[in-house]
Design a protein around this ligand. Structure first.
Ligand SMILES: Cc1cc2nc3c(=O)[nH]c(=O)nc-3n(C[C@H](O)[C@H](O)[C@H](O)COP(=O)(O)OP(=O)(O)OC[C@H]3O[C@@H](n4cnc5c(N)ncnc54)[C@H](O)[C@@H]3O)c2cc1C
Length: 384
């Protein structure tokens, strides 16, 4: 399989690298200690990212995207993650929202929502998790009740990333128009409108930049036409888009792996012990070699997944999506801890970037369905 990049793909990679250095590094210097960037800072960053052509490159041209392949998108997210995992992850969620619309939306919904994402006018989110469930869809209690030509939404969603920022959000809720009113449907909602409220952001141990909040829906009204896909299709839509979104999500992990490698090589070359750089110790050489192996195999697996996605065979996408997620998240955690060991005690301080990478890595095994459950889903695909 050929994993060499086209000139166009390399151009997007370079654009993302330059953008990160120009726009994200200064933000980290100013707000890096904080759990999340102020909403107006995120809003401005998104407009700049869109103007730089980095949002929605895979989305169709007729709705404001660039219609380019998945590899280019993967390279963009990966480059941003080398600088800041939290911002790359935010971009991945924003794109996840647009995938819902692109894969399941009507023509009107695509015309309304995809351009605002591509232009960075709003930041998309997805709300599935609730206080009583992150894994079991049957435990969802948020309800959407049809009232005339509107749905009325009531309920609470937990841990929803970017939910404090203006823009659209997909809400998975029990739909009054399904059997017994008990099946899940997907709805498109605007954030920060009457009936929509978020609590102060959760204090996270990593992935700083985006805020993660609970949402309270209190008789929030949306047009009935904001149902996405068919009645009762909500859980399947969630799973289908999650599989596709694993590409950018895993690109965040690869970017963090790359950063762990870069940081440990740089540190090892600069750190002197008894007048010699620590690169001369076999212990350090072994660690660096292990990190390089993890990085390179992760890279191959991610681009294999990207090429499978571009080929578009659903069963292959479902299998490769899970394999990539499980392998990259666990490799990232291993690589990050080894990179911390290269740094010795200095790695345990905030003076070195590796501390942030270790914290960011922890999230990768638990987010968007924990790895244990990913394994069960993968086995079901494999065993039929
Ligand atoms: C920082 C952050 C950001 C987030 N952003 C979002 C977001 O934007 N949108 C959103 O909807 N959610 C979001 N989440 C929620 C996240 O996706 C869920 O927390 C995650 O899916 C796990 O759900 P849970 O914690 O409720 O686990 P639970 O469902 O409570 O599971 C707990 C444990 O039980 C085990 N388990 C559960 N079910 C099974 C099973 N069937 N078989 C075997 N073992 C099982 C698993 O090993 C799991 O570790 C976010 C969470 C965090 C921490």
């Amino acid at each position: 399989m050929d994993f060499s990049f086209s000139d166009e793909q390399i151009m997007f990679q370079n654009m993302a690298r330059e953008f990160s250095e120009r726009e994200i590094v200064p933000l980290l210097e100013e707000h890096g200690e904080a759990d999340y960037f102020p909403p107006e800072v995120m809003g401005q960053l998104w407009k700049k990212m869109a103007a730089a052509g980095l949002i929605g490159v895979t989305l169709p041209r007729e709705y404001g995207g660039l219609g380019i392949d998945n590899v280019a998108q993967t390279l963009i997210v990966q480059e941003i993650a080398r600088t800041c995992g939290g911002i790359a992850w935010s971009l991945s969620i924003d794109l996840w929202f647009s995938m819902y619309i692109n894969m399941f939306g009507t023509e009107e919904q695509k015309k309304e929502f995809i351009p605002q994402i591509c232009q960075g006018k709003g930041i998309g989110s997805v709300a599935f998790t609730e206080p009583e469930t992150g894994t079991n869809p049957k435990a969802i209690t948020t309800r959407a009740t049809l009232d005339g030509d509107e749905y009325v939404i009531n309920g609470t969603k937990r841990f929803i990333t970017l939910s404090n920022l203006d823009g659209p959000i997909i809400v998975i809720a029990k739909d009054s128009e399904t059997e017994g009113g008990n099946k899940l449907s997907a709805f498109i909602v605007q954030k920060n409108v009457p009936g929509y409220r978020t609590n102060p952001p959760w204090k996270k141990i990593g992935m700083h930049g985006p805020a993660t909040c609970d949402i309270y829906f209190d008789n929030l009204r949306i047009p009935a036409g904001n149902l996405l896909g068919e009645h009762g299709q909500g859980y399947q839509i969630l799973l289908d888009t999650m599989e596709v979104n694993h590409l950018t999500h895993n690109a965040v992990m690869l970017g963090l792996c790359q950063s762990a490698y870069d940081e440990s090589v740089k540190y090892a070359q600069e750190r002197m012990v008894r007048g010699k750089p620590i690169t001369q110790f076999q212990t350090i050489q072994t660690l660096i070699a292990d990190i390089a192996v993890g990085l390179e195999v992760s890279r191959s697996q991610l681009y294999r997944f990207a090429s499978v996605m571009d080929a578009g065979e659903l069963n292959d996408v479902q299998v490769q999506s899970r394999i990539t997620r499980i392998f990259l998240s666990e490799t990232l955690n291993d690589v990050a801890r080894k990179a911390l060991r290269v740094h010795g005690c200095y790695g345990y301080t905030e003076d070195f970037k590796i501390a942030r990478i270790v914290r960011d890595a922890l999230f990768s095994e638990v987010i968007e369905v924990v790895n244990d459950v990913q394994r069960i889903i993968l086995a079901n695909h494999l065993l039929g």
